[in-house]
Design a protein around this ligand. Structure first.
Ligand code: ZN
Ligand code: ZN
Length: 361
């Protein structure tokens, strides 16, 4: 018997007695969970004290992610990333424990106004109902927009109905199922695109693109011409205008080239596939999952994941400026190997750890 079940104060405690919780032991745990859940038990805790390694790829679909494992030297492949662009706070994926991490790193929970969920494996969305509940408890009144696979809307509805939770702020759920790169959101500052990835279940990547930036003024020329504040504003917006004496002023004559538009793309769980390069067109900073190293390529294929080399090869093909690696299997107690493997192929690679901040290049 790999698991011992104990009832304690209304909670069912399942002790995992295995050192290695992987795809072999996962079905057994899954059947225990399903059986207990059908009996009406919904308060279940899993004690992983004796478990040294979890194979996240085999387990993310049930209840535990590699974040819960011990002996991983504090390296957790936290699935979610907060993107802050022109004052819009976008949370991409919301794995278990997200709200604790947001608080730990002093990130402003209530300023998140958009949440993008890639797919319905637990390590990417189990934290969402809790986060929304906390936002409400903290007195949130501002609305929030959530994008994700259609089933997510049903899951949230069941959870909130079953727990009789009423959120005190409006939230709008937008079901998505893109078959190519698709614009899903646009405001004055940015565009958000969604695109399909190749994983065991429907899974979507997201790209956040800065929108039209103002032209930078050629200050010497502008000063010399003595333009007013209003005229300078028009020039920076790329607008030609006529002066009182009838002369036309062309904005190109008084402005410098626009700065390059930045685009951050997030590829959560995926194996490599050809079309991805087309979907990532224009990306400047790429976050790409890197669950395994190349010596476990077969495992990566079986589980529809990528290796560090796959991520780096994609960065090369997409001609990005920066590659961020994440979603490491807990089998790696150190991530130096993953980083080295990717850096050999693509120099400007960073391995992302919880709480890291990085500039989108
Ligand atoms: Zn997944
Ligand atoms: Zn995952």
């Amino acid at each position: 018997m790999n698991f011992k079940i104990e009832a304690k104060n209304n909670v069912l405690l399942i002790h995992a007695l295995v050192e290695r919780l992987d795809t072999h032991s996962a079905p057994e745990l899954k059947s225990i969970l399903t059986f207990e859940h059908k009996k009406g038990q919904n308060k279940i805790l899993i004690n992983l004290e004796k478990t040294k390694f979890c194979d996240s790829s085999g387990l993310s679909a049930i209840l535990v992610g590699n974040r819960m494992c011990k002996d991983t030297n504090g390296i957790f492949a936290l699935s979610n990333i907060l993107v802050i662009c022109n004052n819009r706070h976008i949370l991409i994926d919301c794995g278990e424990g997200t709200q604790l991490q947001l608080r730990k790193f002093n990130l402003p929970i209530q300023r998140i106004n958009t949440i993008l969920i890639s797919h319905l494996h637990g390590d990417h969305f189990y934290g969402l109902p809790g986060l929304l509940g906390t936002m409400s408890l903290l007195g949130r009144t501002t609305g929030i927009e959530i994008f994700g696979p259609a089933d997510l809307g049903d899951i949230l509805a069941v959870i909130f109905k079953g727990s009789q939770t009423k959120l005190d702020f409006p939230f709008t759920f937008h079901p998505i199922a893109p078959t190519a790169r698709t614009l899903i959101f646009e405001d004055a500052a940015l565009c958000i695109y969604a695109f399909p990835l190749k994983h065991r279940i429907p899974c979507y990547g997201y790209a956040v693109q800065e929108k039209h930036q103002r032209f930078r003024l050629d200050i010497d020329k502008v000063e010399e011409a003595g333009f007013s504040h209003d005229h300078r504003k028009l020039l920076s917006e790329g607008v030609d205008f006529q002066r009182m004496d009838g002369t036309w002023i062309k904005y190109q004559d008084y402005t410098l080239a626009k700065p390059e538009v930045k685009m951050y793309a997030y590829c959560s769980d995926t194996m490599p596939f050809k079309k991805l390069t087309e979907y990532l067109d224009g990306t400047t900073t790429l976050y790409h999952e890197s669950t395994f190293m190349e010596d476990r390529k077969q495992r990566a294929n079986e589980t529809f994941h990528s290796t560090a080399s796959d991520a780096a090869n994609q960065a090369v093909k997409s001609k990005v400026k920066q590659l961020l690696l994440g979603h490491f299997s807990s089998r790696y107690s150190q991530i130096d190997g993953l980083l080295a493997e990717a850096s050999n192929l693509f120099k400007n690679t960073r391995a992302v750890r919880d709480g890291d901040q990085f500039e989108i290049l």
